[in-house]
Design a protein around this ligand. Structure first.
Ligand code: ADP
Ligand code: MG
Length: 321
């Protein structure tokens, strides 16, 4: 099978590549064309997943397809953007028809779940790696940025934390667990659900937002820096799942929630007045701390003592932990 046959069979023919809202021209020409309504800006984000670095190789290609798109779309959710389209740059050492078919099926399932269309990409030979670029639209000036947090705001997250980090020993085959525990943890790892609807609901309300990919402490550091404020996180307020607590215990669950990666849950700051209407609307919002004047991220124990750890999250290229 040649490059063009591969593109056609597995990607151009996929249901998610047949066009959709905002897609004026999809796969097949030198560029795709997106059509934005007047008064909207294009939101763009790229993520690369490298075999052996971002996922175990070999792994289930269907799950990889889902996950590779979900982590990219999560950035659109974090900006309050409405998803439109994505491209896929696939580098693969071999043409394995079964692998490609199942990868494309997983990708397609997540694409349809998120409402994004595949509009192009690139296909090359080399060590397995996946680069996905996502495109969304957001009314001019309404994107949720990292830079608007204000002293007095609440620090919130959009769901339970630490589940994906807790799943890692299961993913790597280092531990086993009953289905009641392994099921929900592995689902968070392989099939994170980008919080697109929450991102839209936070437009005009949250003063800053981002998605948690490198661990809560590390990512809150980005909001603190961009907004030039201090973020205080209450360790006891972290939302944890029953599955994670049962699998690793309370202490390790809190460490996973603070420093583990791959949650893809939104973290955001909210003026206190905005909280009650959002909770009444049924949004899964957990208040985990507050914003004060100052700088950096501080972790507080139940009595308000500073217990901030020094190691905060994963960084490529960092020589020492
Ligand atoms: P070019 O040489 O002009 O860059 P290619 O030959 O690489 O174009 O690709 C042909 C068409 O197929 C283009 O529309 C491109 O966007 C699309 N394409 C290539 N690889 C993929 C892929 N893995 N998934 C989706 N579309 C792809
Ligand atoms: Mg090309």
């Amino acid at each position: 099978m040649g490059e063009f046959e591969l593109i056609h069979n597995y990607f151009a023919a996929a249901p998610c590549a047949q066009g959709g809202e905002g897609i004026a021209l999809g796969i097949g020409d030198d560029c795709a064309l997106l059509a934005l309504p007047a008064g909207e800006q294009l939101a763009i984000s790229t993520d690369t997943l490298v075999a052996g670095v971002h996922f175990a190789d070999p792994c289930d290609p269907f799950l990889l397809g889902q996950r590779s798109l979900a982590v990219a779309v999560s950035d659109l959710a974090a900006m309050g953007a409405h998803p439109l389209a994505f491209t896929l740059a696939l580098t693969t050492p071999t043409v394995d028809a079964d692998w490609l078919q199942r990868y494309a099926q997983g990708l397609n399932a997540m694409a349809q779940n998120c409402g994004v269309g595949l509009v192009g990409g690139d296909t090359t030979r080399g060590p397995l790696s996946l680069t996905l670029t996502v495109f969304g639209r957001v009314p001019t000036g309404q994107a949720l940025k990292r830079s608007g947090a204000q002293p007095g705001d609440l620090l919130c997250v959009g769901g339970e934390l630490g589940n994906a980090a807790g799943a890692l020993p299961l993913v790597l085959g280092q531990r086993n667990a009953d289905a009641a525990i392994a099921g929900p943890l592995l689902a968070h790892y392989w099939s994170p659900q980008p919080q697109l609807a929450l991102g839209l609901a936070l437009r005009g309300k949250a003063t800053s937002a981002m998605d948690i990919s490198d661990g809560l402490l590390a990512d809150c550091g980005h909001i603190a820096k961009a907004s030039a404020v201090s973020l205080l996180i209450e360790r006891q307020a972290l939302p944890l799942s029953q599955a994670l607590l049962a699998f690793v215990g309370d202490d390790a669950a809190r460490v996973a929630a603070l420093s583990g990666g791959d949650d893809y849950v939104l973290a955001f700051t909210l003026p206190p007045l905005e909280l009650a209407p959002l909770l009444a609307g049924g949004w899964p919002i957990h208040v985990i701390g507050r914003v004060e004047a100052g700088q950096g991220v501080t972790l507080l124990d139940a009595s308000g003592q500073d217990i901030t750890p020094t190691v905060r999250g994963y960084q490529h290229f960092r020589e020492t932990p």
